[in-house]
Design a protein around this ligand. Sequence first.
Ligand code: FES
Length: 110
Amino acid sequence: MVTYYDCMAKIHVAKKSDFPAGTMRMVKPEGHDEILVANVGGNFYAMRGLCHHEGGPLWEGQLDNNTVICPWHGAQWDVTTGKLIEFPLDLDPEPTYKVVIEGDDVYVEA
Ligand code: FES
């Protein structure tokens, strides 16, 4: 018999009340790349925070509605899906993560 264990960790990101719409946060869970968490109009989304182009820190870029613009060379990513919106090169999607809201606390599962 094989037993599977749930290896997901729930990482606290911020208090919802300290995380206004149109802003981003970064968390770095042990054993994972940086994760970008964004508040898009009151809904929270999370994706890998290192740009698939050359590893730019996406949480230091700009958030325009659901579009995250990489601070290094301007790749545009959809934070709700992890997919590339616009860039001269074809880049693989970034992994996305589940965001959990409990009361006033925002968590990401990774
Ligand atoms: S590292 Fe993000 S566009 Fe180049």
